[in-house]
Design a protein around this ligand. Sequence first.
Ligand SMILES: Cc1ncc(COP(=O)(O)O)c(C=O)c1O
Ligand SMILES: [Zn+2]
Length: 393
Amino acid sequence: MTQPTNSLLTHLECATCGRKHPISKLNTVCETEDCKAILLAQYDFNSNVLLKADLKARPASAWRYKEFLPVHDERNIVSLGEGFTAVLTVSNLQQHTAGKRVLIKDESSNPTGSFKARGLSIAVSKAKELGVKEFVIPTAGNAGGALAAYAAKAGLKAHIFMPKLTPQAFKDEARLFGAELTEVDGNISDCGKLANAQAAENGWFDISTLKEPYRLEGKKTMGYEIAEQLGWTVPDVILYPTGGGTGIIGIWKAFDELEQLGWIGSKRPHMVAVQSDSCNGIHLAFQNGETSSAFKDSGHTVANGLRVPKPYADKVILKVLRDSQGNTVSVSDAAILSALRELAACEGLLAAPEGAALWHAYKELNRSGGIKDGETVLLLNTGSAYKYLDNIR
Ligand SMILES: Cc1ncc(COP(=O)(O)O)c(C=O)c1O
Ligand SMILES: [Zn+2]
């Protein structure tokens, strides 16, 4: 006997060529030769099975939106309590926030301490539904820990490729969750190549971000929550720390879906991609008016998750930034660490370096007149600093 989730998932559609792919099989990227772009999950938003008011009785979890998530049988849901994270107000740094409402959605309270829990809860659940037994992932740290935890909960096997220069806590947690960890002398692109080769050789499922369609669906729940927690409105500006860019694409997709549902109107936030000076290919491309980014890697950054030399979905990220009349900011490691200390000492929040970068970026935008009086700005603190103490000491 199945226990239906009432998921309204209908098919997958290529973000570039529009080709439709069936949901009955394990999908990766678009199968059109020379395309290979990301696949976007599509739902039947016309069948009105869920009302906004029904959400009040739902658990405080990312799965509260299960009709708009891809899993069909409740028994396949692998959950550790991810999502519905707090939205905090920056209240003690008024020299920077006067006239504005500055909010931080604090993803550090997720299982394994980061927003990666959302994507991996949904993707591991769907892969389990489709019969996957072993996963492989390249990771800057947080995604590997999250995969390891959800695979452990599902009783499945995880193989992790992580740069050697990642703080020790990320390695320890992966091993404690029972994953097989390989430390790689290189960056996440090098890890990605190894993961891909091992997937082909051993028949493991490569759950790299945006190389399969459902981690994006997990990240999308941040957008649903932002709208719900702000009373079905959207902020004027959203800042997002951009590595692979899954969150920026997912949040944008969420707002589009919520409009189709009639739950929000047509207003959209300006989306701001924040990067580290070490890996700022999206920033450079956006500022130069380009539609794709070049490979850019100047080495280690304290914000390990931002060391992505060339995001797989660079064209889609840049399109979201353009469509939202958004912006980009690139931040140095020194500025990231100083912002991290300021948020910790003044707001009681030990943000991950990736999240702390947003505080610096916000101040820079505010100083240059990029944020107007009366505007609501939302920063996504994507993780916790506890695992990064090696970088911060
Ligand atoms: C804490 C944190 N923030 C941001 C990112 C970048 O996320 P995305 O790949 O969605 O751009 C990562 C990726 O590892 C991360 O761990
Ligand atoms: Zn395609």
